[in-house]
Design a protein around this ligand. Structure first.
Ligand code: SAM
Length: 219
């Protein structure tokens, strides 16, 4: 089996042409039923858009140091949050989610992992969590709403450090189910205000009609 570190704390294990992604686990417990081998947790790209992006195009991903701070919008029950928590083991993940039901699982996860700060709030109202969140190195967003670019823009304006990175997982069907995915993608890119656009990557075959849009806040 070959093992290649793609970013600090994340490896691709390759055996007989089969590629598996895994993150060096902060905690001995699985989070969503994933297998743990020699301290690495397998990372399912079908359940995580960041996992899909890392498997498809890890080189497009901006560097994230082990002590970085991340604002994560649309945390759900913490599947991908848990892998980000592995990556920024000495940093913090501010995990925003507005579903009370998901928040219960997220709080349980944060009790095992001291670098996750669960925040029950609406990401389209970033002023609501100003009391908890400090300037961050990454804003990561995975929210199926009509105004995804607007939510990303307002959070980056308030919380992203100059020189920091946005990773927006855009679900085009949530913006407009009738328009072509390409047309929605182009329109949403135009709506990303105050950021320098970076690479754009589709997430097929793991996630249909989803794009990862990378952008940087100018210094
Ligand atoms: C696709 S799921 C996220 C999956 C998660 N990122 C993962 O990979 O493990 C989208 C989540 O965004 C949440 N959400 C949608 N709109 C939101 C908003 N305005 N503020 C906060 N959370 C929101 C939903 O409740 C849902 O849990």
């Amino acid at each position: 089996m070959n093992c290649l570190e793609v970013i600090p704390g994340v490896v691709i294990l390759e055996s007989d042409g089969d590629k598996r992604l895994a993150s060096r686990s902060l905690d001995a417990q699985p989070v969503y039923g994933e297998r743990i081998l020699d301290g690495y947790r397998f990372w399912d790209p079908f359940r995580s858009k960041l996992g899909a992006l890392l498997l498809k195009a890890s080189r497009t991903l901006p560097v994230l140091s082990r002590d970085a701070k991340v604002l994560y919008l649309g945390a759900a029950t913490g599947t991908t949050v848990s892998h980000v928590s592995d990556i920024v083991k000495d940093g913090l993940v501010y995990a925003v989610e507005f579903s009370h039901r998901s928040m219960r699982d997220l709080i349980r996860l944060s009790e095992r992992r001291g670098n996750i700060v669960p925040i029950l709030a609406d990401a389209s109202r970033p002023e609501e969590y100003a009391f908890f969140v400090e300037p961050v190195d990454w804003v990561y967003q995975d929210i199926a709403q009509r105004n995804q670019a607007e939510i990303a823009t307002s959070n980056c304006a308030r919380y992203l450090k100059p020189g920091g990175d946005l990773i927006l997982m855009l679900k085009t069907r949530s913006v407009d189910v009738n328009a072509s995915p390409q047309a929605v993608l182009q329109a949403e890119i135009k709506n990303l205000q105050g950021l320098d656009l970076g690479p754009i990557q589709d997430l097929l075959p793991f996630h249909q009609d989803h794009w990862a849009i990378l952008a940087k806040k100018p210094r």
